[in-house]
Design a binder for this molecule. Structure first.
Ligand code: DGL
Length: 246
């Protein structure tokens, strides 16, 4: 059944959600509103309560624009969004998909050792470690503590250093896979791949966005591929993503 009056809202602390939007556009013609909270990015080193407050504000703002279906394209927000918060915002779980839903769907290879690379708040929540543990997959973690911020400000020297450290971490624990636990990271996938090649790490990268797209396609939302992109603060990087053809 198609839902003709639906509007999909996708949100992130900044530009990270564009890595999810890219996957979504492969599976849906839905009309979309994208919101990136660049004024307050990055979120990853903030406290749980503060992030939860930001999430409720963003949900309210999107609702006031007529958004009916929500995609939390931010792991740091996803791990701090409780069922209670959604209930208080009046959003049924069936109309909300987040990065945790996506990670649950990943068909990890048997015997793999996954390095979860994510922000401080995502790793501290232990959510992904528990999901992998339940699946019987060995997991290690690494927090490149400023990487999302470095991506937002396009500090390529710092990005390179952070990513080299992530690959070193993968080598030192013997990881077979790196799980992108922050939606900003697939945007600098080429840096990760270059560092991996230079350092001789032969593992592979997993981007959960593909599974977000799988879930969104099940909503079978109708639309005209409309797209409105909004931010709390224009930055050069945000502008360059928002003027791309999606
Ligand atoms: N892209 C977000 C995530 O997936 C947020 C990163 C940040 O703002 O620190 O965690």
């Amino acid at each position: 059944m198609k839902e003709p009056t639906s509007l999909l809202g996708i949100f992130d602390s900044g530009v990270g959600g564009f890595s999810v939007l890219q996957e979504l556009r492969k599976v849906t013609d839905a009309d979309i509103v994208y919101f990136g909270d660049c004024a307050r990015a990055p979120y990853g080193n903030r406290g749980e309560a503060e992030i939860a407050l930001f999430v409720s504000e963003i949900l309210e703002q999107l609702q006031s624009q007529g958004v009916t279906h929500f995609v939390s394209a931010c792991n740091s927000m996803s791990v701090n969004t409780t069922e209670k918060l959604l209930q208080e915002s009046g959003i049924p779980k069936e109309q909300y998909i987040d990065m945790i839903d996506a990670v649950k769907l990943i068909p990890f290879e048997h015997n793999s050792h996954v390095l979860i690379v994510a922000t401080h708040t995502t790793i501290a929540s232990q959510v992904y470690q528990s999901i992998l543990d339940e699946k019987g997959i060995t997991a290690s973690t690494h927090v490149p503590s400023s990487l999302a911020g470095e991506i937002e400000t396009q500090d390529s020297g710092a990005i390179e250093i952070s990513i080299n450290e992530s690959i070193d971490a993968a080598i030192s624990v013997g990881a077979t896979h790196i799980l992108y636990g922050c939606t900003h990271y697939p945007l600098v996938d080429t840096y990760f791949k270059t560092a991996a090649e230079m350092k001789g790490w032969k593992g592979s990268f997993i981007d959960p966005s593909i599974y977000v797209a799988q879930l969104v396609s099940q909503w079978k939302l109708d639309g005209t591929r409309g797209l409105r992109i909004e931010t709390s603060k224009e930055t050069p990087l945000f502008t360059s993503y928002s003027t791309k053809v999606w």
